[in-house]
Design a protein around this ligand. Structure first.
Ligand SMILES: *Cc1c(COP(=O)(O)O)cnc(C)c1O
Length: 232
Protein backbone atom coordinates (compact mmCIF):
# COMPACT_ATOMS: atom_id res chain seq x y z
CA UNK A 1 0.00 0.00 0.00
CA UNK A 2 1.09 3.57 -0.61
CA UNK A 3 1.71 6.07 2.18
CA UNK A 4 -1.51 7.83 1.18
CA UNK A 5 -3.48 4.58 1.49
CA UNK A 6 -1.86 3.80 4.83
CA UNK A 7 -2.88 7.21 6.15
CA UNK A 8 -6.44 6.66 4.95
CA UNK A 9 -6.56 3.28 6.71
CA UNK A 10 -5.24 4.72 9.98
CA UNK A 11 -7.70 7.62 9.75
CA UNK A 12 -10.61 5.21 9.25
CA UNK A 13 -9.57 3.28 12.35
CA UNK A 14 -9.30 6.51 14.34
CA UNK A 15 -12.78 7.53 13.17
CA UNK A 16 -14.18 4.13 14.18
CA UNK A 17 -12.55 4.32 17.61
CA UNK A 18 -14.10 7.78 18.02
CA UNK A 19 -17.51 6.41 17.09
CA UNK A 20 -17.18 3.56 19.61
CA UNK A 21 -16.31 5.98 22.39
CA UNK A 22 -18.70 8.81 21.48
CA UNK A 23 -15.95 11.23 20.47
CA UNK A 24 -15.66 13.72 17.63
CA UNK A 25 -12.92 12.68 15.16
CA UNK A 26 -12.03 16.38 14.83
CA UNK A 27 -10.63 16.18 18.36
CA UNK A 28 -7.98 13.64 17.35
CA UNK A 29 -4.91 14.66 15.33
CA UNK A 30 -2.83 12.04 13.57
CA UNK A 31 0.87 12.85 13.89
CA UNK A 32 2.95 11.19 11.16
CA UNK A 33 6.06 9.93 12.96
CA UNK A 34 8.68 10.31 10.26
CA UNK A 35 11.94 9.66 12.14
CA UNK A 36 14.60 7.90 10.01
CA UNK A 37 12.46 8.40 6.88
CA UNK A 38 13.59 10.44 3.87
CA UNK A 39 11.98 13.76 2.90
CA UNK A 40 10.43 12.19 -0.22
CA UNK A 41 8.33 9.93 1.98
CA UNK A 42 7.30 12.81 4.24
CA UNK A 43 6.25 14.75 1.13
CA UNK A 44 3.95 11.89 0.15
CA UNK A 45 2.21 12.28 3.49
CA UNK A 46 2.20 16.06 3.01
CA UNK A 47 0.62 15.70 -0.41
CA UNK A 48 -1.99 13.42 1.14
CA UNK A 49 -2.94 16.38 3.35
CA UNK A 50 -0.98 15.72 6.53
CA UNK A 51 0.57 18.70 8.31
CA UNK A 52 1.65 17.23 11.66
CA UNK A 53 4.98 15.38 11.74
CA UNK A 54 6.84 13.84 14.66
CA UNK A 55 10.61 13.52 14.97
CA UNK A 56 12.79 12.32 17.85
CA UNK A 57 16.19 13.76 16.96
CA UNK A 58 16.96 17.48 16.92
CA UNK A 59 19.42 17.43 14.03
CA UNK A 60 17.17 15.32 11.81
CA UNK A 61 14.17 17.51 12.57
CA UNK A 62 16.05 20.73 11.79
CA UNK A 63 17.28 19.32 8.49
CA UNK A 64 13.75 18.42 7.46
CA UNK A 65 12.33 21.78 8.59
CA UNK A 66 14.77 23.54 6.27
CA UNK A 67 13.68 21.73 3.14
CA UNK A 68 9.99 21.16 3.75
CA UNK A 69 6.99 23.53 3.42
CA UNK A 70 6.41 26.16 6.11
CA UNK A 71 2.88 25.14 7.03
CA UNK A 72 3.96 21.94 8.83
CA UNK A 73 3.63 21.53 12.57
CA UNK A 74 6.75 19.79 13.89
CA UNK A 75 6.37 17.71 17.03
CA UNK A 76 9.44 16.81 19.08
CA UNK A 77 8.60 13.41 20.56
CA UNK A 78 12.06 12.16 21.56
CA UNK A 79 14.16 12.52 24.68
CA UNK A 80 15.82 15.96 24.64
CA UNK A 81 19.30 16.94 25.76
CA UNK A 82 19.42 20.42 27.26
CA UNK A 83 22.26 21.56 24.97
CA UNK A 84 20.09 20.92 21.87
CA UNK A 85 17.03 22.87 22.95
CA UNK A 86 18.20 26.12 21.40
CA UNK A 87 18.00 24.59 17.93
CA UNK A 88 14.29 23.80 18.09
CA UNK A 89 12.80 26.56 20.25
CA UNK A 90 10.62 28.69 17.99
CA UNK A 91 10.46 25.95 15.36
CA UNK A 92 8.53 23.22 17.09
CA UNK A 93 4.75 23.22 17.52
CA UNK A 94 4.94 21.07 20.64
CA UNK A 95 7.57 19.30 22.72
CA UNK A 96 6.00 16.04 23.97
CA UNK A 97 8.86 14.82 26.11
CA UNK A 98 9.37 17.05 29.14
CA UNK A 99 10.37 14.54 31.81
CA UNK A 100 12.15 16.63 34.45
CA UNK A 101 12.16 20.05 36.10
CA UNK A 102 15.74 20.43 34.93
CA UNK A 103 14.73 20.01 31.27
CA UNK A 104 11.71 22.31 31.71
CA UNK A 105 13.91 25.03 33.16
CA UNK A 106 16.35 24.71 30.29
CA UNK A 107 13.50 25.10 27.77
CA UNK A 108 12.29 28.09 29.77
CA UNK A 109 15.70 29.72 29.54
CA UNK A 110 16.06 29.21 25.78
CA UNK A 111 12.48 30.31 25.12
CA UNK A 112 13.01 33.52 27.09
CA UNK A 113 16.19 34.16 25.13
CA UNK A 114 14.35 33.63 21.83
CA UNK A 115 11.39 35.69 23.03
CA UNK A 116 8.86 32.95 22.47
CA UNK A 117 6.51 30.67 24.36
CA UNK A 118 7.11 26.93 23.88
CA UNK A 119 4.18 24.52 24.02
CA UNK A 120 4.99 21.42 26.04
CA UNK A 121 3.57 18.15 27.29
CA UNK A 122 4.83 16.29 30.30
CA UNK A 123 5.88 12.72 29.63
CA UNK A 124 4.44 10.16 32.02
CA UNK A 125 6.11 6.77 32.24
CA UNK A 126 2.78 5.12 33.02
CA UNK A 127 4.06 1.55 33.20
CA UNK A 128 7.23 2.54 35.06
CA UNK A 129 9.52 0.96 32.47
CA UNK A 130 13.19 1.48 33.16
CA UNK A 131 14.04 1.85 29.49
CA UNK A 132 11.79 4.92 29.19
CA UNK A 133 12.01 8.52 30.34
CA UNK A 134 9.91 9.93 33.13
CA UNK A 135 8.40 8.24 36.13
CA UNK A 136 5.16 6.54 37.12
CA UNK A 137 5.31 8.01 40.65
CA UNK A 138 2.15 10.16 40.87
CA UNK A 139 3.59 12.51 43.47
CA UNK A 140 6.69 13.21 41.39
CA UNK A 141 4.54 13.76 38.32
CA UNK A 142 2.24 16.15 40.15
CA UNK A 143 5.24 18.10 41.38
CA UNK A 144 6.55 18.28 37.82
CA UNK A 145 3.17 19.51 36.54
CA UNK A 146 3.10 22.23 39.22
CA UNK A 147 6.66 23.28 38.46
CA UNK A 148 6.17 23.46 34.69
CA UNK A 149 2.94 25.43 35.02
CA UNK A 150 4.87 28.17 36.82
CA UNK A 151 7.39 28.76 34.02
CA UNK A 152 6.55 31.90 32.08
CA UNK A 153 7.83 30.91 28.66
CA UNK A 154 6.32 27.43 28.71
CA UNK A 155 2.70 26.68 27.93
CA UNK A 156 1.68 23.38 29.49
CA UNK A 157 -0.80 21.82 27.03
CA UNK A 158 -1.23 18.30 28.40
CA UNK A 159 0.37 14.92 29.01
CA UNK A 160 2.10 12.31 26.90
CA UNK A 161 2.86 8.64 27.44
CA UNK A 162 4.64 5.87 25.60
CA UNK A 163 2.97 2.60 26.55
CA UNK A 164 4.92 -0.66 26.58
CA UNK A 165 5.48 -2.53 23.34
CA UNK A 166 2.87 -5.28 23.25
CA UNK A 167 1.10 -7.69 20.95
CA UNK A 168 -2.09 -7.07 22.88
CA UNK A 169 -3.16 -3.40 22.77
CA UNK A 170 -5.85 -4.05 25.40
CA UNK A 171 -3.11 -4.52 27.97
CA UNK A 172 -2.16 -0.84 27.54
CA UNK A 173 -5.66 0.45 28.24
CA UNK A 174 -4.95 0.82 31.96
CA UNK A 175 -1.93 3.04 31.25
CA UNK A 176 -3.90 5.35 28.97
CA UNK A 177 -6.62 5.55 31.62
CA UNK A 178 -4.04 6.35 34.29
CA UNK A 179 -2.67 9.28 32.29
CA UNK A 180 -6.17 10.50 31.41
CA UNK A 181 -7.22 10.41 35.06
CA UNK A 182 -4.08 12.15 36.28
CA UNK A 183 -4.99 15.08 34.04
CA UNK A 184 -8.78 15.12 34.33
CA UNK A 185 -9.35 13.88 37.88
CA UNK A 186 -6.34 15.11 39.81
CA UNK A 187 -4.62 18.02 38.06
CA UNK A 188 -7.36 19.49 35.86
CA UNK A 189 -6.71 23.10 36.94
CA UNK A 190 -3.17 23.10 35.59
CA UNK A 191 -4.25 22.49 32.00
CA UNK A 192 -6.09 24.53 29.34
CA UNK A 193 -9.75 24.17 28.48
CA UNK A 194 -8.93 21.70 25.71
CA UNK A 195 -5.90 19.77 26.95
CA UNK A 196 -3.87 17.40 24.83
CA UNK A 197 -3.32 13.71 25.57
CA UNK A 198 -0.54 12.37 23.34
CA UNK A 199 -1.10 8.61 23.53
CA UNK A 200 -1.05 5.70 21.13
CA UNK A 201 1.36 4.41 18.48
CA UNK A 202 0.96 1.96 15.60
CA UNK A 203 0.25 -0.98 17.92
CA UNK A 204 -2.23 0.64 20.26
CA UNK A 205 -3.64 3.91 18.93
CA UNK A 206 -7.23 2.64 18.67
CA UNK A 207 -7.34 1.82 22.38
CA UNK A 208 -5.65 5.16 23.12
CA UNK A 209 -8.33 7.05 21.18
CA UNK A 210 -11.03 5.19 23.10
CA UNK A 211 -9.35 6.40 26.30
CA UNK A 212 -9.21 10.04 25.23
CA UNK A 213 -6.07 10.56 23.12
CA UNK A 214 -6.11 13.85 21.18
CA UNK A 215 -2.74 13.29 19.50
CA UNK A 216 -1.78 9.86 18.18
CA UNK A 217 1.80 9.24 17.04
CA UNK A 218 1.90 6.72 14.20
CA UNK A 219 5.12 5.84 12.37
CA UNK A 220 5.28 2.23 11.19
CA UNK A 221 1.59 2.15 10.29
CA UNK A 222 2.15 4.99 7.80
CA UNK A 223 5.74 4.76 6.57
CA UNK A 224 6.51 1.06 7.17
CA UNK A 225 9.19 -0.51 9.33
CA UNK A 226 12.18 1.64 10.24
CA UNK A 227 15.68 0.68 9.20
CA UNK A 228 18.21 1.96 11.71
CA UNK A 229 21.03 0.66 9.61
CA UNK A 230 22.00 -1.93 12.19
CA UNK A 231 23.94 -4.68 10.47
CA UNK A 232 23.41 -8.15 11.87
C1 LIG B 1 8.91 6.08 17.11
C2 LIG B 1 7.88 6.66 18.01
C3 LIG B 1 6.50 6.53 17.72
C4 LIG B 1 5.96 5.77 16.53
O1 LIG B 1 6.07 4.40 16.73
P1 LIG B 1 5.38 3.35 15.73
O2 LIG B 1 5.24 2.12 16.54
O3 LIG B 1 6.30 3.20 14.57
O4 LIG B 1 4.07 3.92 15.33
C5 LIG B 1 5.62 7.14 18.58
N1 LIG B 1 6.02 7.83 19.67
C6 LIG B 1 7.32 7.96 19.98
C7 LIG B 1 7.71 8.73 21.18
C8 LIG B 1 8.29 7.38 19.17
O5 LIG B 1 9.59 7.53 19.48
Amino acid sequence: MSIKENIEQVQIKIDEACKRSGRDPKDVTLICVSKTKPVEMLMEAYDAGKRAFGENKVQEMCGKIEVMPDDIQWHMIGHLQTNKIKYIVGKTALIHSVDSVHLAEAIEKESAKAGCITNVLIEINAAGEESKSGTSDPEVNKELIRAVSKLEHLSLRGLMTIAPYTEDPESNREYFKMVHDLLYKEMRDYFPEKPELSMGMTGDYEVAVEEGATLVRVGTGIFGERDYGIKS
